[in-house]
Design a protein around this ligand. Structure first.
Ligand SMILES: NC(=O)c1ccc[n+]([C@@H]2O[C@H](COP(=O)([O-])OP(=O)(O)OC[C@H]3O[C@@H](n4cnc5c(N)ncnc54)[C@H](O)[C@@H]3O)[C@@H](O)[C@H]2O)c1
Length: 252
């Protein structure tokens, strides 16, 4: 798989799936623009990539801020000439694990702002540039929670169903413009997001593993393999799809 000289922007690249995707794509020859709200973490990811001989740059970006997204996209185009691939990965889980009637307004606002509005801002501004260059490729990190019901985290469920909807609707709009848009839907995957959930609910680990036919959580590097494949020309006739990476969890 070859990503030689592709300019790839990754949001939320300071940790977990975003960091693993940035590292893998850099190892395949991409020029990775790694961004995260947490600059220190993304600088560490970029330092590791560079130590391994890859090309990457670290930027602070809060995807909730339209002006920040706009400024980063403009800088990438000024420095590199194009945005070939955009991976919208930044995401948070809700803190509140209660049912809908008790779901807090804070959680609703925060989760929707990052997971849904943030993806919209990045898609909108990325698409404006991709239309100018005449091609492009967007990969949205949704979730199994964007395909199936998942209780006690309404804002997360709402945001991830929205990401799937935005992926399919935009793919319909931009297929004729040589721009592909797909979503990756991980199941339970080792990362700080999953660790937070398990820390707040230690009883969950065994319960969740029983739901996974393969009997283990996924690894960020396993999700990254699919992200890199979607970023490559190997998947060049695929658009508007969701690809589930969940050890069979969705079979229930
Ligand atoms: N880990 C899982 O089990 C799992 C399952 C399904 C989907 N996902 C999705 O995968 C994506 C990556 O999650 P992860 O599991 O690697 O979690 P993670 O917490 O390890 O990484 C998320 C990254 O996003 C960054 N971030 C948070 N808010 C941001 C903002 N406003 N702007 C920019 N960056 C921000 C964080 O600093 C962090 O580096 C998320 O969209 C998540 O919903 C994860």
């Amino acid at each position: 798989m070859d990503l030689e000289n592709k300019v790839v922007v990754v949001t939320g690249a300071g940790s977990g799936i975003g960091a693993a995707s940035a590292a893998l794509m850099a190892s395949l020859g991409a020029k990775v623009i790694a961004s995260d709200i947490d600059l220190k973490s993304v600088e560490e990811v970029v330092a590791d990539i560079k130590r391994s001989g890859g090309e990457a740059a670290a930027y602070q970006l809060d995807v909730r801020q339209y002006e920040e997204v706009d400024a980063l996209m403009s800088k990438v185009v000024k420095d590199h000439g194009s945005i070939d691939v955009l991976v919208n990965n930044a995401g948070i889980g809700g803190k509140d694990q209660s049912k809908t009637a008790e779901h807090t307004l804070d959680d609703w606002e925060n989760v929707i702002a990052v997971n849904q509005t943030g993806v919209f801002y990045c898609m909108k501004l990325g698409l404006i540039q991709m239309m100018v260059q005449g091609y492009g490729n967007i990969i949205n990190i949704a979730s199994l929670a964007g395909l199936k019901a998942s209780g006690n985290n309404l804002s997360y469920s709402a945001s991830k169903f929205a990401v799937v909807g935005m992926t399919k609707s935009a793919a319909l709009e931009y297929g004729s413009k040589n721009i592909r848009i797909n979503a990756v839907c991980p199941g339970y995957t080792h990362s700080s997001l999953l660790d937070q959930l398990l820390a707040s609910r230690p009883d969950m680990e065994q319960k969740l593993k029983r739901l996974i036919p393969m009997g283990r959580f996924g690894e960020a590097a396993e999700v990254a393999e699919t992200v890199a494949w979607l970023a490559s020309d190997k998947s060049k006739y695929i658009t508007g799809q969701t690809i589930t990476i969940d050890g069979g969890t969705s079979l229930h």
